[in-house]
Structure formats: C-alpha cells, structure tokens
Write a protein that binds this ligand. Structure first.
Ligand code: SF4
Length: 283
C-alpha cells in the first residue's frame, strides 16, 4: 500500500537477497504454527536502526557506558523484522529507537516507507532529540506517513531550526508533534545505571508490578529481543530475530515467565528490574 504524497523510497531489488527471503518464508511457516496460547503481540515494538546518539546527556547511560552493540541495522534484518511482524498481523506502534537518535540513520526514510508498505495498519512514531529535524526532513517524514513525533529538547540543546520548521506547519501537522523539554521528562535510573536523576524517589528493589514487558518489545541493532527499553546493557535477551521468528520469541516460555514475574511484582528475580525505579503503570 502506498502513501499519498510519499516519495518513492524503496529498496533496490538487489538489496533483498534470496537467502533472506527464503529464511523469512521458513519463519512464516513457523509463525503460522506458533502461538497456540493465543498471545497478542506487544502494543509497541521499538527497533534500534542504529546505535549512535549525537548527545551525551547526564541522565542517559550513553554518557557513561559503552553500547554492547555498535553500527547500523542491516537492510535485510530490518526487512526480516517487518516480515515477521506482518506474519503476526501487527497493528501496534513501530518506532526506530532504543538509546540511539534515529535521525542519524541514513536509512530512516527508507525504513519508514517500508514500514508503511509492509505494516500498513501499524502506527509509526519517531522519538527524537530534534537536533536534525529541519524543515525538509520533517516534511519528508510526514509525507512518508509518520503518525507522530515525540521531540525532546535535551539539556544544552538549541532546537531553533526545528522550532522554525514546526511554526510553518499546518495545524493538522502540528497535531502530530509532541514537544517536550528535558525538564518535563520523568527520569528513571535506567535499570540502576544512572544515579541522582530518578523522579520517583523510591529505592529498589521494588515489590511492584511492571507492565512494560507486556506492552513493549525492543529489537536491537543486531536483532536481539529485549523485554524492556531500560535494558541498556542487554542483560535480559529473550532471543534474536535472525535465529528465531519474533512470534516464537514472544511466545517462548522464557519470555512468558519474564512477563508473568514482572506482572506479579517479582522484580528481584531479574537483573536490571531488581535495580529499576520505574513505577508507572503504563509505558
Ligand atoms: S522493572 Fe524496570 S527494568 Fe524491569 S521491565 Fe519494568 S521498567 Fe523494565
């Protein structure tokens, strides 16, 4: 399905190798057989399309820890993820970040166009620090079908270019953008990695339910599936979509047990969770 007004951004045929498509077909067969428990996919899948961020904010682990994976997501991997989600008739939110700035990726527009084509009922949201969101890029991404932007002006940032681009938008397009200052953010300790910024003023380990793993799944730049966006160091990998279908990973006993423990408030059972101070009911 095309997007009205969208630029014709497409993969070249050569980029989709036959080996990858054969692997996806095999995974489709698996997907059809999977899910005997009738599990619904997560509400949001966050796909890390590149590992880099152009900021080093003191409240982010990027300021003091090395990323476990570096680089850009391969085209074939991104396409495989969309295909796997399509097998599940995925209709939830797709975004392109973990601890990266998605606008640093030269693939972003192409990936947005592919998402629109392969997952036409998904909701595309871009979370960005806004530093690269100029008038041309904003227009291009809106025309490609991005439903929503969440732009955060982080500490020490000047977003004059974005603010000028925003001012020129129609009221309808302005309605697709949420613009925060870092002062409006709810800070967490990022699974215990960042101290001194937590907004909740609680001390882990907590005996409280957490529904993040039920609502959201993260797929890293190399295909690891994580149950939570706080897991910067990737301590709780549930599987890898290059080896298993996402639906099989989501329906695995390991992932089900993880979700159930967090639903029951058993945070101490898992590293990251045992140190985490996040207490919102929804993510
Ligand atoms: S307890 Fe914290 S680290 Fe664990 S799943 Fe919830 S938000 Fe993530």
């Amino acid at each position: 399905m095309g997007v009205p007004g969208a630029r014709p951004v497409r993969f070249s045929k050569g980029a989709i190798c036959e080996q990858s498509m054969a692997k996806s077909r095999k995974m489709s067969d698996n997907a059809r057989k999977m899910n005997p428990k009738g599990l619904k996919p997560p509400l949001a899948v966050e796909i890390e399309i590149g590992s880099d961020c152009n900021r080093r904010c003191p409240y982010c682990p990027n300021s003091s820890f090395e990323r476990p994976e570096r680089g850009a997501m391969e085209d074939t991997l991104f396409l495989g993820i969309l295909k796997q989600l399509s097998d599940l008739n995925y209709e939830g939110r797709i975004s392109y970040h973990f601890f990266n700035e998605p606008l640093l990726s030269p693939s972003l527009s192409r990936f947005v166009a592919l998402t629109r084509d392969i997952l036409p009922r998904s909701r595309i949201e871009i979370f960005t620090n806004g530093t690269l969101l100029n008038q041309e890029k904003l227009r291009e991404l809106l025309d490609l079908g991005v439903h929503k932007f969440t732009v955060t002006r982080h500490i020490g940032s000047d977003l004059a270019e974005f603010e000028d681009a925003y001012a020129r938008l129609s009221e309808s397009d302005k309605g697709k953008i949420i613009y925060y200052s870092h002062q409006d953010l709810i800070f967490t300790n990022r699974g215990g990695l960042v101290q001194g910024f937590g907004s909740f003023k609680v001390t882990p380990p907590l005996d409280r339910p957490c529904f993040v793993p039920i609502s959201t799944s993260v797929i890293t730049v190399k295909g690891n599936v994580l149950p939570c966006f706080q897991d910067f160091l990737q301590r709780n990998v549930m599987g890898n979509v290059q080896e298993q279908h996402f639906g099989d990973i989501w329906a695995s006993q390991k992932y089900i047990d993880f979700r159930n423990r967090l639903r029951e408030g058993k945070r101490a059972a898992h590293s990251v969770c045992s140190e985490c101070d996040y207490i919102l009911v929804v993510s």
